[in-house]
Design a protein around this ligand. Structure first.
Ligand code: MTE
Ligand code: MO
Length: 370
C-alpha cells in the first residue's frame, strides 16, 4: 500500500460523519474495544495501577521492535543530530514519577449521538510510575536552533486513519516540550515497557490527554513550521460540526470516578449494596490544575454533598477521595463530580463533540440497596 490517500476504501458504520444513534454497538466498536481495554473501575483502589490493569489505546498495530538495532534519532532544526541506543539513554539523568494518564476519548460511548470509535465508557484512565530521562536534557544536548517552533514525535507504528497512510505522529510547542516533567520513559512500574505500552521508549507528557504521549518512539525532530499531520488536525479536536475545525485537545479536563460499591450483577453491572453505612471512595484528577473539590449525589445529580480529599501523592497523579453514605433500601443513582482549582466543574449533561473528546460528564453508578 503506497498511496498516501485511500479515500472510500474503508467504509465505516455511521456514514461519512461516523455518528450513530443506535444504542447497540457496531462490530467495529467491539473490535476496537477488544484491542483497547479500559481499567476495571475497582482498579481505582490502587494509587499506582498494577501494570496489567493499565488502560490501553493503540491506533494501529503494536510494532515489533528489535532493541539491538533500534536507535532514537533526534534531528531537524538542531545543531547536533543524535542517534542513541537504549543503554545510552539510560545513562542520562533518571527520574521516576507517578503520572495519571487518560484517553481523550474517555466518556465517548455515553454520548448521544455516538461517534463510532473506541467506545470508552469511563474506564480509560490509569496511573503508573514512569521512569525515564527528561526530554529537555536531550533537546539541550542536540541544541535547538532558534527557528525551531515545535518538536515532532514519530512512532514506529503505521496505519490508515482519515484515509491517510501515516506513522503515528504528534507535535508539541517547544515551550511545552521543554517543561521539566516531560519524560522519555523506558520503564513502567519498575519494569521495562511492555510492547503494548511503547517498548523500548515512549514520550510521557503529564497533564495532557494520552494521545500526546507517543509510544514506540522512532524520531524526535525540531520543526520550523507547526506540524499539520492527521493526529493534530484531523482528530483530537473539540469540533462540533463537519465544517468546524474545533480547538485542539490538550490537557485532561477535570474528572472524578468512584469505585463501584458492593457487588455487581454480572450482566448489567448494577451494584447490590447492603443497607447501612457505606464508605464510597475513588480518585479525581484535573490536567495541570489541582482538584479543588469532589462531591457526591445520591439522587442522580439533583443535590450534592462534599467528599473528603486525601493528600496528593504526586503533582502529576490523581487524588483519592472518600465519602460516607447511609444506604437506604431501594434503587439509587450515585453520581460523583469534581471541580478544579480554576473553577471548572464536571457537568451532569454530556459534553458533546463530534469525535467524542473530553466528555467529562459526571459518572453515574446504579445501585440496588437491600
Ligand atoms: N505511537 C503511538 N503512540 C500512542 C498511541 C498510538 O496509537 N501510537 N496512542 C495514544 C493514545 S490515544 C493514548 S490514550 C495513549 C495510551 O497509552 P497506553 O496504551 O500506554 O495506556 O498512548 C498514546 N500514544
Ligand atoms: Mo487516547
Amino acid at each position: 500500500m503506497d498511496a498516501r490517500r485511500s479515500a472510500g476504501r474503508f467504509p465505516r458504520p455511521g456514514g461519512e460523519d461516523g455518528l450513530t444513534t443506535d444504542d447497540r454497538f457496531h462490530r467495529e466498536e467491539v473490535q476496537l474495544a477488544n484491542r483497547n481495554r479500559g481499567m476495571p473501575l475497582e482498579g481505582l483502589r490502587y494509587p499506582v495501577t498494577p501494570s496489567g490493569m493499565h488502560y490501553l489505546l493503540v491506533h494501529f498495530d503494536i510494532p515489533h521492535i528489535d532493541v539491538r538495532s533500534w536507535r532514537l534519532r533526534i534531528g531537524g532544526a538542531v545543531r547536533l543530530p543524535l542517534a542513541l541506543t537504549l543503554d545510552e539513554l539510560k545513562k542520562r539523568p533518571v527520574v521516576t514519577v507517578p503520572v495519571t494518564m487518560e484517553c481523550a476519548g474517555n466518556g465517548r460511548a455515553l454520548l448521544e449521538p455516538r461517534p463510532v470509535s473506541q467506545p470508552w465508557l469511563v474506564e480509560a484512565v490509569s496511573t503508573a510510575e514512569w521512569t525515564g530521562t527528561p526530554l529537555r536534557g536531550l533537546l539541550d544536548e542536540a541544541g535547538l536552533r532558534n527557528e525551531a517552533v515545535e518538536i515532532l514525535f514519530t512512532g514506529l507504528d503505521r496505519g490508515v486513519q482519515g484515509d491517510e497512510v501515516q506513522h503515528y505522529q504528534r507535535s508539541l510547542s517547544v515551550a511545552e516540550a521543554r517543561r521539566e516533567e516531560v519524560l522519555l520513559a523506558y520503564a513502567m512500574n519498575g519494569r521495562p515497557l511492555e510492547p503494548q505500552h511503547g517498548f523500548p521508549l515512549r514520550l510521557l507528557v503529564p497533564g495532557w490527554y494520552g494521545m500526546t504521549s507517543v509510544k514506540w518512539l522512532d524520531r524526535i525532530d525540531a520543526v520550523v513550521e507547526p506540524f499539520r499531520g492527521y493526529q493534530m488536525t484531523g482528530t483530537y479536536r473539540y469540533s462540533r460540526s463537519a465544517d468546524d475545525p474545533g480547538d485542539p485537545v490538550t490537557l485532561m479536563r477535570v474528572r472524578a470516578l468512584m469505585i463501584p460499591p458492593g457487588i455487581p450483577d454480572f450482566r448489567t453491572r448494577v451494584r447490590l449494596v447492603a443497607a447501612g453505612a457505606v464508605t464510597l471512595a475513588g480518585r479525581a484528577w484535573a490536567g495541570r490544575a489541582a482538584v479543588a473539590r469532589v462531591e457526591l449525589s445520591t439522587d442522580g445529580g439533583d443535590t450534592w454533598s462534599p467528599c473528603a480529599l486525601d493528600e496528593p501523592f504526586s503533582p502529576h497523579a490523581w487524588r483519592g477521595w472518600t465519602c460516607e453514605w447511609n444506604a437506604t433500601p431501594g434503587r439509587h443513582a450515585l453520581c460523583v463530580r469534581a471541580t478544579d482549582s480554576e473553577g471548572n466543574v464536571q457537568p451532569t449533561a454530556q459534553y458533546w463533540t463530534r469525535q467524542g473528546m473530553g466528555n467529562n460528564m459526571a459518572q453515574r453508578v446504579e445501585v440496588l440497596v437491600e
